[in-house]
Design a protein around this ligand. Structure first.
Ligand code: NAG
Ligand code: NAG
Ligand code: NAG
Ligand code: NAG
Length: 319
């Protein structure tokens, strides 16, 4: 339980999926920074927030948290069904929800209502969703502590294409979407420019993100997310060694395993076939790692949901 793969090339997507789900929950819990009475209750807002009016003192970004969490798990299941079983699944549900919200901002009619219902926003109108994201991005910018969390949107627009000016202004205002011109008829140069933009905004951590652009493209929505944190209890690199990571019953991959002995918040969920551990970062962020019991990967992947994560989150205790 104190071994964590440091290098996770062949690791199956569960951990990544949940890491990102945890990020979603972090966002949901940050909605109530002044609520000190009950640490767990603030996550549990799924059955009383579909009204058009918020509760007193409820922050606007609260509005999209439930839809975003459900969308994230639905997308995970969808990606899992379509992907090769041996491949990792790694994505940012919040990044995708926010990029599709930038898209829905410009959509009308059926396209708009389909986007909204997929994103879990059917109970709201576009202005409410816009305000929610504006607040969310504001919170991210004012995020303090020993960690960096950067979530950004951008739009690369073909130089002769002129989208509505109000749209461009709105996505900048509500989604902090930076808009810049490229020449998509020169796809290699356009890709280089877009990649340079993403690299610059993620401390050179995300490079060569786009390639093989279609020369007929008129506009490309870009979303990137970057997190860098320090462990609250750092691992001693001297103890890292190669060990087998079990991808499935028959595949083992040697990876660098970090080691640490210590007390952590942990829960073994017998009925739900999982061990859950939280690794805290400095600040108010933790990585939640879910290890399905042997042979139970499919089962856990099938039942994962925000309710399940909440149940785990509320069941953790210090070992
Ligand atoms: C969106 O919904 C809110 C809350 O019900 C309402 O105040 C606002 O007028 C609506 N905006 C639009 C553009 O329909
Ligand atoms: C790791 O090993 C080096 C060399 O033996 C030593 O100087 C260092 O203090 C060790 N680090 C920790 C955290 O124990
Ligand atoms: C963590 O959260 C607590 C309570 O919500 C707050 O008082 C504290 O300032 C936060 N710490 C950081 C580093 O954000
Ligand atoms: C399994 O998870 C569900 C939530 O999805 C929860 O209601 C149930 O209590 C869990 N079972 C156990 C034994 O923890």
């Amino acid at each position: 339980m104190s071994s964590v793969p440091a290098q996770a090339e062949k690791m199956h997507g569960m951990i990544a999926g949940c890491l990102l789900a945890a990020l979603l929950l972090a966002v949901a819990s940050a909605d109530h920074p002044h609520d000190h009475h009950d640490h767990h209750d603030h996550h549990d807002h799924h059955d009383h927030q579909h009204g058009s009016k918020g509760h007193d003192g409820e922050h606007p970004c609260h509005l999209v948290s439930n839809g975003n969490a459900d969308f994230g798990f639905a997308l995970y299941k969808h990606l899992k069904a379509k992907s090769d079983a041996k491949k990792n699944i790694f994505f940012s549900p919040l990044g995708i929800s926010s990029a599709l919200s930038v898209l829905s901002k410009g959509a009308r009619g059926d396209t708009h209502s389909q986007l909204f219902s997929s994103l879990g926003y059917s109970a709201f109108n576009q202005s409410q969703v816009d305000e929610a994201y504006k607040h969310l991005f504001h919170m991210f910018r004012h995020h303090k502590g020993n960690q960096e969390l950067i979530l950004g949107n951008a739009a690369a627009v073909h130089q002769t294409f002129n989208p509505l000016k109000t749209y461009m202004e709105d996505i900048k205002d509500y989604y902090t979407a930076h808009v810049f011109d490229v020449d998509f008829t020169k796809p290699v140069d356009a890709a280089a420019e877009i990649n340079k933009y993403i690299a610059r905004n993620t401390g050179d951590m995300i490079k060569d993100q786009v390639k093989d652009l279609d020369p007929d493209t008129v506009m490309m929505l870009i979303n990137y997310i970057f997190f860098k944190g320090e462990w609250e209890k750092p691992f001693n690199g001297n103890l890292t060694r190669k060990m087998d990571f079990h991808v499935d019953e028959s595949t083992n991959v040697p990876v660098d395993m970090m080691m640490r002995t210590g007390r952590f918040d942990y829960y073994f969920d017998l009925d739900n076939h999982s061990s859950v551990i939280m690794l805290p970062y400095k600040g108010n962020t933790s990585m939640m790692i879910i290890l399905p019991s042997e042979g139970k990967m499919e089962h856990v992947e099938g039942s994962i949901s925000k309710e399940q994560i909440l149940h785990w989150h509320n069941s953790l205790f210090r070992m």
